[in-house]
Design a protein around this ligand. Sequence first.
Ligand SMILES: Nc1ncnc2c1ncn2[C@@H]1O[C@H](COP(=O)(O)OP(=O)(O)OP(=O)(O)O)[C@@H](O)[C@H]1O
Ligand SMILES: [Mg+2]
Length: 408
Amino acid sequence: MEDPIVAVDVGTTKVCTLVGELNEESELRIVGIGISPSRGLRKGIVLDIEEATEAIALSVNKAEQISGYEIDSAYVGIAGAHISAVNSRGVAAISRGDRSIVRDDIDRAMQAASAIAIPHNRELLHVIPRGYIVDGQDGVRNPLDLQGIRLEVEAHIVTGASTCIQNLVRCVKGAGVDVVDLIVQPIAAGEAVLTKAEKELGVAVVDIGGGTTDIAVFIDGSVWYTVVLPVGGDHLTHDLAVGLQTPFTAAEMLKVRYGHTMPDTVEPDETIDANSFGDNSHRSVSRRRLTEIIRVRSEEILELILREIKRSGYDGLLPGGVVLCGGTAELAGIKELSREVLGLPVRVGTPRDVQGLLESVKDPAHACGVGLLLWGLRNTRDGSREGSHPGQGVLGHLRHWLSVFSPG
Ligand SMILES: Nc1ncnc2c1ncn2[C@@H]1O[C@H](COP(=O)(O)OP(=O)(O)OP(=O)(O)O)[C@@H](O)[C@H]1O
Ligand SMILES: [Mg+2]
């Protein structure tokens, strides 16, 4: 039997391991899932190696039990505010007699684009072609076999802090799993929830998790902007815990069960019995008050998202609007409030293009995990595993994205 494809999404709230198999039609079937509560992470960054390793190991073990596979390597998602991205241009001269562009020319142009000054404490995570220019003619999607003397590539380059990357890799390895490739979480999420048409048209995927909000802008079928903000659903819970003077776990339950972004939709005198959500103080909580607290903070998070979308400079290029995912995309009324604040069309995205244990991964919270599997699937099909170790995996990514560009 073929090796399975495995994804490990190390989130701030949960660690989720997914095991995928290819069926006869080369479709991805999820045959194993293991979820464990996340520990040792804050805002997407590992702060306690031992705790995070244990949480990852628990999730991997569960997925092994369900799938019957032994997991020895996986595609792993990375987030945290240390992630940063720039767009850069690389040039390669085509000097051979026939002037026909070959893969090596494309690789040279991509290498030139990635030869930007990367500080010694940062590592390259992705170099993604946004488009090519051949002899001054832009808008080229796939330059292979075209005639030309000068090939330019516009590339999107994503880097991360070496220490954060190495700490994450150490935890995954400590759990007995080799990292095949590290993929930035919003790019993975985009793979799972966006349609091809949306990516062509211009769309932003916004994954609002527990500790981070991950944004990637897709235009013309490629990634043009990536950012990770250190805010998420945990802030809502924290505000409720403080505002309603209740433990964090009770506030979390309150948020999920009774939360809403629109206080006006709640009767002013509706109350919730504190005992019902794990607070044994024998009092009751006003639901209107609860939703008011949620409203203020979710509006603030959405304003930060709007600011980032504007900062990208691509805010006018998003007819596909915003696709929300991550656990916080399940907050009641978040879609409506997002439309109001962002002034763009908004939908909630759930993972697509997978078979098998669909029921367990159909939530928006699994966008990143499923996207990692789909990334792995593409990588496997391309046979481009070579060189794809964290920090050295750029060529693997190049090949992957080249195949995305190539028609058919
Ligand atoms: N129905 C719901 N209503 C409101 N919030 C919800 C709901 N379901 C989940 N959440 C919130 O979603 C968050 C977890 O989302 P998710 O599982 O995507 O996070 P994560 O991937 O572990 O974290 P991150 O990606 O930020 O590191 C938590 O804050 C949780 O309270
Ligand atoms: Mg997440």
